[in-house]
Design a protein around this ligand. Sequence first.
Ligand code: SF4
Length: 390
Amino acid sequence: MTVTDSHPATPLPLLLLGRGADSATERGVECPGDLPAASDPDLVDRARRAREALGERAFLLGHHYQRDEVIQFADVTGDSFKLAKDAAARPEAEYIIFCGVHFMAESADILTGDHQQVILPDLAAGCSMADMARLLQVEDAWARLTDAGVAASTVPITYMNSSADIKAFVGRNGGAVCTSSNAQRALEWAFERGEKVLFLPDQHLGRNTAVLQLGMSLDDCVVIDPHKPNFGVSDDELANARMLLWKGHCSVHGRFSIDSVNDVRARVPGVNVLVHPECKHEVVNAADYVGSTEYIIKTIADAPSGSAWAVGTELNLVKRLAQEYPDKNVVFLDRNVCFCSTMNRIDLPHLVWAMESLVEGRVVNRIEVDADTSHWAKVALDRMLALPAR
Ligand code: SF4
């Protein structure tokens, strides 16, 4: 592990399996090996019965990237921010069952009441992007900016896809959360308050928004690499840059390449390439359309019959869009990029286990953010909610 000059090494570079542990979640730990397949009708039936037994006491949220076998039981579907707001709008639900990943369940806990309990069916459903920015690393980077004399003129902005403690850090330091839908407004807001932005944890969303929507140049951006001495930047580079991009990325969207775009254009005549802004800058540049998950869904829904689309986002969603709109040719942008492995950790056996446990009065895999972190993370979330509409 690389040790930076300015601070001691943090204990682990990534928390690939989420935060916290509950061995009862892990089917591999005690499982005798006789669990039925996810599509087993008995399992589907058990899920239905458990869901019925829970009734209004539970509210089940399903992120767009979840498997079909799970999404069929969702009361609402959406992106991470919509789902957190949906959860907050259901104060009568005792249990919020979040079929998504860890940072999303944390946001739901922050935005829901103390009487509500948020459940993540598998604690191993983390997010590799969120895990690329850890609080100790970010605090050390902030100290580096302070030493270089630029922290006072820097506003931190964190993408929704970050852990609660990073959101809280941003809240404490005068910054805000953003989503892929409102990143431009969040950056404009930040530049009214400071000369520079520290953008966490997705370098691609930060760079794409700064260059394509705010008209900056690539030279205005530097990358803050927590695994390099001095975070990989000189004092001069910090002084001259406007966008300080944390070196994080999505392990799904970051894999699409120019070759993916060229290949699909050769394979599918007249295809429109539609990608998420978590993709690399060169991929976004080569695409025809770029936008958030909700934008992608709406673009396909509104597209004329017979049109062809190559979509660069998570495969579960692309497959569902292709099934939903058989009159349009919707294909996945790359033949080799796979599902989001952590999103896919939530499967029907875990969901059934979580729901049946609740029916029996046992709360499992509760996600609970401590009061101080929750307070400051909510400050950052509220600043986002107060961003002026465009
Ligand atoms: S798709 Fe990317 S950002 Fe979303 S949960 Fe998976 S790794 Fe994280």
